[in-house]
Unconditional design. Structure first.
Ligand SMILES: [Zn+2]
Length: 107
């Protein structure tokens, strides 16, 4: 993969990571809101919190995968499948820039 292409992908990943970090911060802020004294409202808020918590988990999960992809870029192993050591493939990286495994190993 050419360096110019890597730079474009790195920029995309860093931008996405920035968005995810911002989103995670906002979710955690919402989760820290004090509980409503009214019971019924409190139940609704609990349900919202559960949605927020799973949102938070998937946000952090994706952020972690992107961070790992950026680490692999720095290490020069980006685009190589972690499982079989073959190229992940440019089409797959275009669709999932933080992919750590090739299509064969991912399924
Ligand atoms: Zn593989």
């Amino acid at each position: 993969m050419r360096h110019s292409e890597l730079d474009v992908i790195r920029e995309r990943l860093q931008q996405r990571l920035g968005e995810l970090t911002k989103r995670a911060g906002k979710i955690e802020n919402d989760l820290r809101q004090p509980l409503n004294p009214d019971w019924e409202d409190r139940i609704t808020e609990r349900e919202n919190d559960e949605v927020l918590e799973s949102l938070d988990a998937s946000t952090l999960d994706e952020a972690g995968q992107i961070q790992e992809a950026l680490d692999r870029m720095n290490a020069g192993t980006y685009g190589i499948c972690l499982t079989c050591g073959k190229p992940v493939g440019e089409k797959r990286l275009e669709a999932v820039p933080h992919a750590a495994t090739c299509v064969g190993c991912a399924s």
